[in-house]
Design a protein around this ligand. Structure first.
Ligand SMILES: [Zn+2]
Length: 389
């Protein structure tokens, strides 16, 4: 407790009052003497402590000590009721006025200290409006990612599974297991990124087909998988090519599968991607890993080329260039040599496989004209196409 200077001693004639039957004793803790010097001293003590309090927390302690239940003034107040009747009024006035002075000083000091503390807090928490904001704008999934997820959903909807594999791939999985012979042009340095050092036997995968070989070895047959992923070829970046692109391949291995199953599956995917009644057209082609092989076309979904016949196509259609057909990718029945390479008996099991370019689907489906837009990382592109495809 902080004690301040005491007020001048009161005149000896000051009335002295005390509660009965407690004997007169200034040291009695419970019942203070109710006289002017005692009350004045208590008030002065309180006022000194109030003005010395340096913060609202300290002032709270001062309040408890001086006007709390255990303080002299409160105890004196409680003792008034036991005084002789003729002394009660004077005692009440003395204690009441003293308490009033203390309460008033407390309120004033409380306001003063709270204001000072608020000012200090504001100064300490000053906001520098010139600092860069840390609120980051909301982005969007890249449209290729969104489309790839959507395509995976189509496979899952058909009851197939999704399989993934490494992007740095063993040359054996990328080429040998898939029946690419050692002189195949795709294996040359101008088409394929090889991983240093020379002779490492590793490439950046040129397609997602090695995932099929891996899953076949791991899981065996029967098997129905979709393999979406990023692949790499040494193409220059232009409006329709990029050295890094995405594709999704499908592989089904089971007993008694035929090209009719392949066409039915492609129709189903075309419908899910482009809507309408799809018509798939196959044109003979060659790939090392399928036999027979075909290029697959979907009926143009844009110009109303009914039944996919050429004469129904809109000659001005930009999607199909007036042909009525859209080239979608390669497909075929899995080459028996590929099945043998992964330990499956081609006499017992057959399979079909197909591959679709995801960039190409995005370009067709959403009218993206230039491949550059997909790789330049402009967030407006993602926000426009990636929110919902
Ligand atoms: Zn068209």
């Amino acid at each position: 407790m902080v004690r301040g200077a005491r007020a001048p001693a009161p005149a000896p004639s000051s009335p002295r009052m005390k509660a009965t039957p407690v004997p007169e004793s200034a040291s009695t803790p419970d019942v203070p003497v109710i006289d002017e010097p005692t009350i004045t001293a208590a008030v002065d003590d309180a006022l000194a402590a109030i003005s010395a309090a340096s913060g609202t927390a300290e002032l709270k302690q001062v309040r408890i000590a001086h006007v709390g239940d255990a303080g002299v003034l409160s105890r004196a107040n409680r003792a008034i009721k036991d005084l002789p009747k003729d002394q009660k009024a004077a005692a009440g006035k003395l204690v009441g006025q003293g308490k009033g002075r203390v309460q008033k000083a407390l309120a004033a000091r409380q306001a003063e200290l709270a204001a000072a503390e608020e000012e200090a807090a504001l100064a300490a928490e000053t906001v520098d409006v010139t600092l860069p904001t840390d609120r980051r704008p909301r982005g969007a999934a890249h449209p290729l990612t969104t489309l790839q997820d959507r395509i995976s959903d189509i496979f899952i909807g058909m009851g197939w599974e999704i399989a993934e594999g490494p992007e740095i791939e063993a040359e054996w999985f990328n080429f040998d297991a898939l029946n690419f012979d050692i002189d195949h042009p795709a294996r040359q340095m101008q088409d394929t990124f090889y991983v240093a050092p020379e002779g490492s036997g590793q490439v950046l995968r040129t397609h997602t087909s090695p995932v099929q070989a891996r899953v076949l070895l791991e899981r065996g047959v029967p098997l129905y998988i979709g393999c979406p992923g990023t692949v790499f070829r040494t193409d220059e970046l232009d409006a329709t090519h990029t050295p890094v692109f995405n594709q999704v391949e499908g592989l089904a291995i089971d007993k008694d599968l035929t090209m009719a199953n392949l066409v039915g599956t492609l129709d189903s995917i075309a419908r899910a991607l482009f809507g309408g009644e799809p018509v798939t057209r196959l044109r003979p082609s060659y790939f090392p890993f399928t036999e027979p092989s075909a290029e697959m076309d979907f009926r143009c979904f844009s110009c109303g080329a009914r039944q996919g016949t050429d004469h129904d196509a809109d000659p001005a259609c930009r999607v199909c260039s007036g042909t009525g057909w859209i080239e979608m990718g390669g497909c075929g029945m899995v080459n028996p040599a590929v099945l043998r390479a992964v330990g499956v008996d081609p006499e017992e099991y057959q399979g079909f496989a197909f591959g679709l370019g995801i960039e190409r689907i995005l370009m067709l489906r959403n009218g993206v004209a230039d491949m550059h837009d997909m790789v330049e990382g402009d967030v407006r592109f993602s926000q426009h196409y990636g929110t919902e495809i």
